[in-house]
Design a protein around this ligand. Structure first.
Ligand code: ADP
Length: 497
């Protein structure tokens, strides 16, 4: 911090903003109403760019283009390997522009530039290549019918897909949705979050350059209740794939149901537990717990926000973890030494601080953090509470910030019971060398992904998604490819000679 208490900024990294218009039918266009909205740099609260504000009329145009591209265009009809080649070219173009793309997500979402370069942007390319390799291996099966019938299945693309994505991983979310849908032969409308529209528009440009035909990928930037709602209630969209809050997930599903009953997949909130057993290595386990809550400033649906530590190592664990949290580098996300940038916007920043105040008021014990950092931008100290009552909202609600509840447990059964005491079921972590404990706990937790002796171990091959109010449907892996495919059965009689 300087004398004013504000953090040093690294403005030499801020890229030129090249794309700010809607991308419809292969062209960058203004919105029909000509409106724009501001996108804000969370490092300082200043306006980065004005971006076209899409609404219902713009979604209509995008759907028309996607419908035409699906019903009459080459994309669903071309051999899978050709779709794969174009997707691989798209991946190459992303790698050629890695610095610029990572910087866009940094100024839009406050993500660290170093992580963007090392993880998010490379993941966009590998995700495209993973599904490019699957694009020519999509086939049904021959059925062993119980009667004199010949039956087989065909896998067909579901059609026009609306992808509504959140702001916490603007790049990864884009490709987790777009890549499998492209491989399946779908056409699509993507609505990035209003906080982070910039990289999605750049990806639209790269898709066109790679040879993705016009109308296959359309990007409509704008707000949830307008552009987003126009997608979920559209009569000519076949499926909506949504990632965001549980609250909005309910609205999405309702709108889908009362319009044309479009298919829905929902990847929603979480309140994921990490269980650390007595035999754990303290250095590894404290690193894992800290990263579990502070990675991407806690703005990650699988954040390990409830940490349960077995009583034998609890005291020592707490001491080590708190020391590490105090030393965790928060600051300008362009600074290569920094691990945690600002929260995405003022609204999230205030929401997190109000949860922290609630925790303090309701008698939870604050071990470290609990305040904003600096006087400018949306920075929050990594915050750890202990002695949190089970019914305290900071124990129940997804905070979506660097705020952990650290608790003590006695037995394996105790850990399982408390870990499952949540309305969510996205992820869980287990730290132990005891294979019996690891296996038993893995099977007993109602969550879509279990990480044993690791956390955030994402892989393109590994499907992930929710149980309970964390939603349904899977992203990544071949499960995500199949989400964008219909199964058609074809049956014909066999005649006895
Ligand atoms: P968060 O609470 O993390 O900001 P949201 O669930 O509000 O997440 O937002 C995720 C995505 O859903 C964003 O692209 C947002 O614009 C969109 N969205 C918000 N409200 C609606 C809505 N009523 N209908 C459709 N999409 C919406």
């Amino acid at each position: 911090s300087d004398a004013n208490g504000s953090l040093k900024t690294y403005d030499e990294h801020v890229p030129e903003i090249k794309f700010t218009k809607l991308f419809i039918n292969g062209e960058f266009v203004d919105s029909v109403k000509g409106r724009t909205f501001e996108t804000i740099d969370p490092r300082n609260g200043e306006v980065t760019a004005r971006v076209a504000e899409g609404d219902k009329e713009d979604v209509d145009l995008a759907v028309k283009a996607a419908r035409q591209a699906f019903d009459h265009g080459p994309w669903p009809r071309m051999p899978g390997y050709q779709r794969g080649r174009i997707m691989s070219k798209f991946a190459d173009l992303i790698e050629e522009n890695i610095d610029e793309l990572a910087a866009l997500d940094t100024i839009d979402a406050g993500k660290t530039f170093s992580m963007g370069k090392a993880v998010d942007i490379p993941h966009a390319a590998t995700c495209l290549r993973y599904y490019a390799g699957a694009a020519d291996k999509i086939h049904g099966e021959v059925l062993k019918m119980s009667r004199e019938l010949h039956g087989y299945t065909l896998l067909e693309p579901v059609g026009v897909v609306g992808h509504i994505i959140p702001w916490n991983f603007p790049t990864s979310m884009f490709f987790m949705k777009v890549a499998p849908a492209l491989a399946a032969g779908c056409t699509m409308i993507v609505k990035p979050a209003e906080q982070t529209p910039l990289s999605a528009l750049y990806y639209a440009h790269l898709a066109k350059k790679a040879g993705v035909p016009d109308g296959v990928i359309n990007v409509v930037t704008g707000f949830g209740p307008t552009a987003g709602a126009a997608i979920t209630s559209h009569m000519d969209i076949d499926m909506v794939s949504f990632t965001g809050s549980t609250e909005v997930g309910r609205i999405v599903m309702q709108a889908a149901a009362i319009s044309n009953l479009k298919q829905v997949s929902l990847e929603l909130g979480g309140k994921s537990p990490i269980m650390i057993f007595d035999d754990a290595d303290l250095d590894t386990a404290t690193d894992l717990a800290l990263i579990g809550i502070a990675y991407n400033k806690g703005e990650i649906c699988v954040a390990g926000s409830r940490v349960y530590v077995q009583e034998g190592i609890y005291e020592e664990f707490e001491k080590k973890l708190v020391a590490k949290a105090k030393a965790w580098p928060v600051g300008d996300p362009f600074d290569p030494k920094v691990q945690q940038g600002p929260q995405v916007d003022k609204k999230q920043f205030e929401k997190i601080l109000s949860y922290i105040e609630h925790g303090k008021r309701e008698g939870a014990m604050l071990l470290t953090g609990g305040e904003r950092l600096g006087t400018k931008g949306y920075y929050i100290q990594p915050t750890i509470f202990t002695n949190v009552k089970e019914d305290n909202v900071i124990m129940k609600d997804e905070i979506f910030g660097p705020v952990m509840s650290l608790m003590k447990f006695k037995t394996v059964e105790d850990a399982i019971k408390r870990a499952n005491d949540t309305r969510y079921g996205l992820a869980a972590g287990i730290v132990t060398k005891n294979i019996d404990v690891a296996n038993t706990v893995s099977r007993s937790i109602r969550a879509g992904v279990i990480w044993i002796n690791c956390y955030f171990a994402f892989d393109n091959d590994c499907p992930y998604g929710g149980y309970k109010t964390s939603g349904f449907g899977r992203d990544l892996g071949l499960d995500a490819l199949h989400k964008y495919l219909h199964v058609k059965s074809i049956v014909t009689p066999l005649y006895n000679s």
